[in-house]
Design a protein around this ligand. Sequence first.
Ligand code: GAR
Length: 327
Amino acid sequence: MVEPRPPCPKAKVAVFISGTGTNMAALLYASRLSDAPFEIVLVASNKQEAAGLALARLEGIETFSHAHQGHSREDHDAAMEAAAKQAGAQFILLAGYMRILSEDFVRRWEGRILNIHPSLLPKYKGLDTFARAIEAGESYAGTSAHLVTQELDAGEVLAQVRVAIAPGDTPETLAARVKLAEHQLYPRAVADYVSRGSDPKHLLARLRELALALPETYERESHGSPGFRVGTEKTGKFFAHFHDGHHGSDRVAVLVKTGSMDELLHLVETQPESYLKPAYYGASGWIGVVLDRPDLDWDHVEDWLAQSWQRCAPARLTKLHDVAEMF
Ligand code: GAR
C-alpha cells in the first residue's frame, strides 16, 4: 500500500510593499489558514513609514525597510534582496510595491517573483489604471496576478478577476472595489503558483515537454506510470520513467540511467534531498532525480534526460548526436 504523502513544507515568501499594504494583509491572513501552502517570512518596504510594516510587526512578522532616495536602483534592490534571502525567502511577492526593479534583480528571481496589478492585463499597464478605464468607457475594470519579467506588467498572467464599472464611478470608488477583488485573487493565485512545484500533474507536464523534445522519443506507460522511450515503436528503449510516490518513496522523481552503480550510490548518499534509489530499478543503475523540491533546477533535469537518452538510444542516433555535438 502507498503511504499518504506527508504535508509539503510551506513555501517561504517575502512581500514587498510601498503603502497601506492591504494586499499584504490579505496574503498574511490567508497564509494563516491551516492548509495554506505558503508562509510570509518578511515584509519589506522602500518606505519606512509604510502602514503595512506596522501591521506586519503587530502580527509578529519580520520587517525591513530601506529608503530608495540617494541609492542607485541596483543598490536599493540589492539591499531588499539581501533582506529577503536572509529571511529565507524562496519567492518575492510585490503588493503595491511602486518601484521599477533593476534588470539583474528580475533575472535572478525569474519565475519566483509575482505582482498584483489593478487592471485586466494586457490592458492598462502602468499607472492610473482606473481613470484610464473609466475614461475609455469600459464596462469592466479588474485585477491581474502575474509573473514579473523585464518588461513592465507583461509577464504571464496567472489569474484575473473582473470588476464591473458603475455609472458615476470615480477612480477612488472603483479602486476600493478592485481592492476587494484583489484580496480574494492574490492569495489564491500565490497558493496555486507555489504549489505547482509539488503538484505531480504540473511536474509531469514539464518533464514530458523536455523528454519529448529529444530526438525520436515517444511516451509509453510502464508499470502504470508514464515512461519515455527512444528509438522505434517496436525496438525503442526506456530512457526515463516518471515516478509519483510508488516504488518505495513518497517523492515525485524522474528515473534516469546513471553511468555506473558507483555514481548512483555516491549521489544518493551525498545528496539525499536531490536523488533517491528506486526500490525496483536501482540495481540496474536507474536513479531518481527528485522533482518536488522548491529549488529544483529544470536545466539540471534536462541534462540528466539528455545523458540518459544518450545511454539508451540506438547507435545510429547517438552517432548522429555525437557528430552534431562536435559543431
Ligand atoms: C493595489 O491596488 C495594487 O494592485 C496596486 O497598488 C495597490 C496597493 O494597495 N499596484 C500597482 O498599481 C502596481 N503597478 P495596498 O498597499 O493596499 O495593497
